[in-house]
Write a protein that binds this ligand. Structure first.
Ligand SMILES: [Fe+2]
Ligand SMILES: [Fe+2]
Length: 175
């Protein structure tokens, strides 16, 4: 049965596994961003909560894009297990530190998958992953810029509104 299923797709098992792991990583990211949104919401940081709610939705879409790709290619996409994520953060700043850390981990993962695609000469999957390379450049940039603010502005002057300007304003440079 498994062999028959393999004949239905040109996707190699190693790529299928890596892409399913990426679906899981995107869904975990979505869950982590939702936790950040909830924390900001609880602490009266409405703008940042809105930003993280949106990020959470985007990460789910990233996972779904790969999910649909695998199905379209005749491979198997698995609904991933999403383990419990941490719901508490030490400070406003640490939320953004967690966001940047998470984005860098995702970038590393995307780069690793492209390496697998190249070894398997799977150019279609590599093409899909190239979309994520660009997406990660933008996501890392925004997370880094938000975090920079905490270095540039004294802690008692950091407001939710200042961060909001960066959430929205910084996107424009990536079109
Ligand atoms: Fe993502
Ligand atoms: Fe992301």
């Amino acid at each position: 049965m498994k062999d028959l299923a393999r004949l239905r797709t040109s996707i190699k098992e190693s790529v299928e596994l890596a892409l399913n792991q990426q679906i899981q990583m995107e869904m975990i990211s979505s869950s982590k961003y939702l936790a950040m949104a909830g924390w900001c919401d609880r602490n009266g940081l409405d703008y940042s909560a809105g930003f993280f709610y949106k990020q959470s939705e985007e990460e789910r879409n990233h996972g779904m894009k790969i999910f649909h790709y695998l199905c379209d290619q005749g491979a198997t996409a698995y609904s991933p297990e999403v383990p419990a994520v941490s719901q508490e953060f030490d400070s406003f700043r640490s939320v953004f530190e967690a966001a940047l850390e998470q984005e860098i981990a995702v970038t590393d993962s995307i780069n690793r998958i492209i390496g697998i695609c190249r070894r398997e000469s799977d150019f279609a999957s590599e093409e899909l992953m190239k979309w994520y390379v660009k997406e990660q450049m933008e996501e890392e940039y925004i997370a880094r810029r938000c975090l920079d603010l905490f270095d540039q502005i004294p802690a008692d002057q950091i407001t939710d509104g200042i961060v909001e300007v960066h959430h929205t304003g910084s996107r424009s440079s990536f079109g």
